[in-house]
Design a binder for this molecule. Structure first.
Ligand code: PBE
Length: 294
């Protein structure tokens, strides 16, 4: 932000920067830690990415750093605020996410592999779901789509559409996909299905799309928005039928291990997904998590 102010002395600019940014130091010569007050902007505490970030801080020996917790929407609001002013910020980020379409962002390299590698989004159900709802089970197990597909729904929601509407638009436009997902699936007669999800932008998109497809088949669908922990607990104790929000093998490893044998993993809806630390590309000197030590 201060780069744009022409003809003003460095000292004056620094003072302005400090005044405008509270405790954070906007001096580009300061270490990245000083610039962001050794803070990484996180999301909801139960998210796997929060766990992974705690691990990263240990793996990279970043004892001065902390991760703030909040929500996905608070994180994207903080990102927008910083981005508009070209202020430094480090967030916990993931792909697919609309933020990569809206802003110029980059993942920090993770040579120690704290954030895992080939990550996928899985569909999980409670035990017994297949016997109780064979049609819905078949549909859920046949559900898979691409980052671009999901991006369409996510962007529409981000631009102000209601999630149900964005999902309905998608379903209308992509009947080819819907045909694939519903192949061999019989119509239902008001059978009740409860889908659990967390308010992550990616999962708001997938859950609403599948809810719409289920409803069009004649199911009576309830969406239950919860935190990640309760979502997994719900699947394990049978109070939730299914979830499209299981990120494996790394992101939700703790939950998957805790509830081993108490849920069914019935399909992969997307491969090549990713989690990590993300910064705006204007933070030129920060390219690897290792650079946070400097
Ligand atoms: N996420 C989005 C979730 C999974 C989906 C990466 C924020 C998590 O960290 O658990």
């Amino acid at each position: 932000m201060w780069k744009k102010i022409a003809g003003i002395g460095t000292a004056a600019v620094l003072t302005l920067g400090l005044a405008a940014c509270g405790s954070s130091n906007n001096n580009e010569n300061a270490s990245v830690g000083d610039q962001v007050s050794y803070k990484i902007t996180g999301i909801d505490p139960g998210a796997g990415i929060m766990n992974a970030t705690d691990k990263a801080l240990k793996d990279y020996d970043l004892s001065k750093w902390t991760v703030t917790s909040g929500s996905s929407s608070a994180m994207t609001a903080a990102l927008k605020k910083a981005y508009d002013k070209k202020d430094p910020i480090i967030i916990t980020g993931w792909t697919p996410h609309w933020m990569f379409a809206k802003y110029d962002l980059k993942y920090l390299k993770d040579p120690k592999g704290s954030y895992g590698d080939a990550e996928e989004i899985h569909t999980v159900t409670r035990k017994g779901f297949k016997d109780d709802h064979p049609g819905a089970h078949k549909l859920l197990s046949q559900f898979s789509w691409t980052e671009d597909d999901m991006g369409e729904v996510m962007l529409a929601v981000q631009e102000g559409k209601k999630a149900e509407e964005a999902a309905a638009d998608f379903v209308k436009k992509h009947q080819d996909l819907v045909k694939k997902w519903t192949k061999g699936v019989d119509k239902a007669d008001g059978e009740k299905i409860k889908l659990g999800y967390v308010a992550w932008d990616s999962e708001i998109a997938s859950t609403n799309v599948i809810a719409k497809v289920l409803e069009d088949l004649g199911y009576n669908v309830t969406l239950s928005q919860v935190e990640a922990g309760p979502m997994w607990t719900g699947i394990a104790n049978g109070s939730v039928d299914a979830s499209l929000a299981a990120w494996l093998p790394q992101t939700h490893k703790t939950y998957a291990e805790k509830y081993k044998g108490k849920y069914e993993d019935i399909g992969t809806s997307m491969t090549g997904v990713k989690i990590g630390l993300v910064v705006p590309t204007y933070m030129k000197d920060v390219n690897s998590i290792e650079d946070l030590k400097k």
